[in-house]
Design a protein around this ligand. Structure first.
Ligand code: ADP
Ligand code: TYD
Length: 205
């Protein structure tokens, strides 16, 4: 028996947690066993790594940053996600290895193939069945976050050109793997996006 691993990707404020929550509620109401997870910070160890990578004061070298995300990912997949999938459950996760390729690769300007290879090593090549990319102009994502909070983490605090490289990085990943990705315009209404996601997930079940 094997479950389903669905990841949500996109810039900050694109609506990932909103849509992940709606999808999880809908699947649970339909009788499925669903686990919610996120990176960084899907496990206890991951919460400690999340605190370091998002909130530590002072510089973190780009390669060190990439390795912290990969370490969080290795532990999350080995101890939480893979066992749940092997039990036949559905795991819905905010962010996964595509975030590393977009933020550390395109954003911090590390080699995207090398960044991806580190995550593939960390997870023994574990890829999602479906990745939903919520594509949004970074200035609109920023406006949404401005309403929702007062403090920004290390990545959110990066300048607009960093976030525009991240967006382009995500779109390049989706273009390279059209079967795994569902790209949706995150400017649409919450309900319309949720309906598109439900339709795609229904076809997978
Ligand atoms: P993310 O997890 O991608 O950072 P969130 O789901 O936390 O994004 O959403 C960020 C903010 O934008 C929240 O205040 C949320 O209510 C709002 N939001 C989410 N989806 C939409 C949408 N489609 N249109 C307008 N606002 C939205
Ligand atoms: P997230 O938990 O989505 O932030 P929030 O809950 O505040 O919306 O992600 C935290 C930040 O980490 C986000 O700015 C993207 C960044 N990130 C990377 O740079 N690389 C990665 O591999 C991952 C998973 C996240």
């Amino acid at each position: 028996m094997t479950g389903l691993f669905i990841t949500f990707e996109g810039g900050d404020g694109s609506g990932k947690s909103t849509q992940a929550g709606l999808l999880a509620d809908w699947l649970t109401a339909s009788g499925h066993t669903v686990e919610r997870s996120r990176e960084p910070g899907g496990t206890e160890l991951g919460l400690e790594l999340r605190e370091i990578v998002l909130h530590r004061r002072g510089h973190i070298a780009p390669r060190a940053e990439a390795l912290i995300y990969a370490a969080d990912r290795a532990h999350n997949i080995a101890t939480r996600v893979r066992p749940a999938i092997e039990r036949g459950e559905i795991v819905i996760q905010d962010r996964y290895l595509d975030s590393s390729v977009a933020y550390q690769g395109a954003g911090r300007v590390l080699d995207p193939t090398e960044v991806r290879d580190i995550s593939l090593w960390a997870t023994e090549g574990f890829l999602p069945h479906l990745t939903i990319l919520l594509d949004l102009d970074e200035t609109i994502g920023r406006e949404r976050l401005d309403v929702a909070r007062t403090k920004y983490d290390r990545l959110e605090a990066e300048k607009s050109d960093f976030h525009s490289r991240v967006r382009a990085g995500f779109l390049a990943l989706a273009a390279a793997e059209p079967d795994r990705f569902l790209v949706l315009p995150a400017i649409d209404s919450i309900e319309s996006i949720a309906a598109h996601i439900r339709a795609r997930v229904t076809s997978l079940l």
